[in-house]
Ligand binder design. Structure first.
Ligand SMILES: Cc1cc2nc3c(=O)[nH]c(=O)nc-3n(C[C@H](O)[C@H](O)[C@H](O)COP(=O)(O)O)c2cc1C
Length: 186
């Protein structure tokens, strides 16, 4: 199963279209895709417990009871993932950041190994304004991959100017991920 995470409140916006293309690509390659829109899910920001390091560093679990633990389990079970965020102020959306921040705190020091360790992940930034900040948004998500032991594969910037072309790029990238094409060259 390939986990596709989207994080925009617009159900028919650019981010949603990117998520759909990712699903199409996985299906085209014969894989199973599960899409979770974390904008619609119960997901809180990090509480920054204790002196800055909460119990999550030891337990790999967040004290907040919401969708995060499901996402940890699903990513661990998955064969890979595609993260799709709208670009807000040159960064991932607040919702995506809630997920990235709390997942990283739980998994970066997980004694059983990070739930994202060795997972191939495509990163997609949907910038519906000027397109400025697409690169910084992707850079932030790429750094997250390093912290949680994931392998960033494609870093895809989508703007309203290149929308149609890039939706196809996302579909093709998702298919490559599901076909395991990235490791064939090794
Ligand atoms: C708070 C906020 C900040 C934004 N910042 C940027 C930005 O830095 N660069 C950009 O190209 N678009 C920016 N936009 C436009 C969004 O990227 C655009 O609305 C995008 O299409 C959102 O995806 P959606 O259609 O899936 O909602 C911003 C939008 C909002 C609401």
């Amino acid at each position: 199963m390939y986990l596709i995470v989207t994080s925009s409140p617009n159900s028919d916006g650019l981010t949603a279209a990117c998520g759909k293309s990712a699903c199409k690509g996985v299906a085209e390659a014969g894989g199973a895709a599960e899409l979770i829109d974390i904008s619609a899910a119960k997901l809180a920001p990090c509480r920054v417990c204790g002196n800055g390091w909460g119990t999550c560093r030891e337990t790999a679990k967040c004290v907040i009871n919401d969708v995060l633990s499901d996402l940890q389990n699903k990513l661990r079970e998955s064969e890979g993932a595609i993260l799709v965020t709208p670009v807000y102020f040159g960064q991932p959306s607040e919702r995506m950041k809630y997920f990235l921040d709390r997942f990283r705190r739980c998994e970066a020091f997980n004694k059983d190994g990070s739930a994202a360790r060795g997972k191939q992940i495509d990163l997609v930034a949907a910038a519906g304004g000027s397109g400025n900040g697409t690169a910084t948004c992707l850079a932030e998500m790429e750094q997250w991959c390093r912290h949680v032991g994931a392998i960033p594969q494609e870093r895809i910037g989508v703007t309203r100017f290149n929308r149609e072309a890039m939706l196809q790029v996302i579909q093709d990238a998702a298919a490559r991920l599901a076909l395991g094409e990235y490791f064939k060259g090794f």
